[in-house]
Design a protein around this ligand. Sequence first.
Ligand code: NDP
Length: 490
Amino acid sequence: MTDVERRRERAPVPKDWTYASAPEARDIVRIADRYGHYIGGDWVEPQETYTTISPANEEALAEVGQATVPEVEQAMAAARDAFENGWSGISPSERAKYLFRIARILQERSREFAVLESLNGGKPIKESRDVDLPLSAAHFFYYAGWADKLEYAFPNRRPKPIGVAGQIIPWNFPLLMLAWKIAPALAAGNTVVLKPAETTPLSALLFCDVLRQAELPPGVVNIVTGDGRTGAAIVKADGVDKVAFTGSTEVGKAIQRELAGTGKKLTLELGGKAANIIFDDAALDQAIEGIINGIYFNQGHVCCAGSRLLVQESIYEPVVSKLKRRLTTLRIGDPLDKNTDIGAINSKQQLDKINELVASGEEEGAEIYQPPCRLPEKGYWFAPTVFTNVAQSYRIAQEEIFGPVLSILTFRTPEEAVEKANNTPYGLSAGVWTEKGSRILWMAERLRAGVIWANTFNRFDPSSPFGGYKESGFGREGGRHGLGPYLEFD
Ligand code: NDP
């Protein structure tokens, strides 16, 4: 008997090949019972509060402030004071040091942040741990590098900070969107009043602790929490010089109307309905992983999600059957379990929206597939879903569902693929899968999308600008381009 045979004889054979649960410990995070607003470097007791919960089990996590107009004004005044009496005057290399410190502290405390992000937002810990946190730190590192090089970034244009930036972010990547907003604003010499989304305020509130640790001067970053009324107060505030918004197209349009004619700067990063386009010469198994990552990453709560799959007709059958098989292997459940692929839907309101759109897909005649899976009883959950037999006019092919729902359409020629891909009001992102580089370039020239991935999907890097066309908004975040909206030029 060989060694290998002997070892095999002794090896215990598991009775059951399903995964044992591997929960991440949550005691690394201390959540306070109640939070105020972070204004001028201090916690300010809120006039009104609401309860923030965990969407995975509806457990109440903390009481947080619902900022009123006077509280927003107070935050604006603190930001103005910090801008005029210090921050805009300190040397750019000093500013860079603060950003580097923030980045390092985020790295050091990344497990704590990852657990909190999954608790409050419902996303799988492996995503908050491996995507949200490393990218958030990378954003601060990247813009720290630019802080003292603005004159090289914009040669012969004498860049100057604008003043106070009002920043409103959504709930799908709470800490990462905060990093996308705060890092370039500070690098450019501005001060900030930021509002996290109503359902996911906790990582922004923990971030205030990072600001203190980094000894950032008081008032440079102010965080006020609350719902849309707080966001509207930030937009309307006299003291705001620039508004940066990420969220729904509907609210983005309202903000644009509000700011029209005021001379205040605005960037909007809004919705999307990206086409993920698979040609018949693509490496199929890799493409299947790209489709899965494209739509089921973060429960599909991704503005650039590949929510429309365009498959070349000749490979429709194998793609759909491989995709359905892969779907059966996705693990849905506790966001804090390291095995979990799909976590909880962020809120009851979002779950209702997904249910409504999915029902419309069935009514309009599309064919639904969901793998057999048991959803937890408490909390907000939706099984990964694929729709076949989808016509371009169906709502599920036109509207942003913002959930784990994929609509599959087919095409025959590259021209048809371009035509269908561009046939939505949005223009945020797209994916192209083919082995031919020339075809990738041909497609990229014609697709009306701000970001185009080739043979991959949902890849982000702080050095790469991100933003949309049409109803997906305007302005770019990330890269050298991301500094422009936070600067004025002589
Ligand atoms: P919203 O656009 O309402 O939320 C984005 C942010 O804006 C939140 O902080 C929100 O506060 C705030 N806000 C809401 N109303 C106003 C207002 N009148 N003035 C200023 N700020 C405001 O998105 P929802 O959370 O309601 O999601 C609705 C849909 O939007 C989703 O189903 C999805 O389709 C899309 N969406 C797209 C995102 C993207 O990245 N492209 C991100 C999030 C949503 P509050 O949290 O309190 O509502």
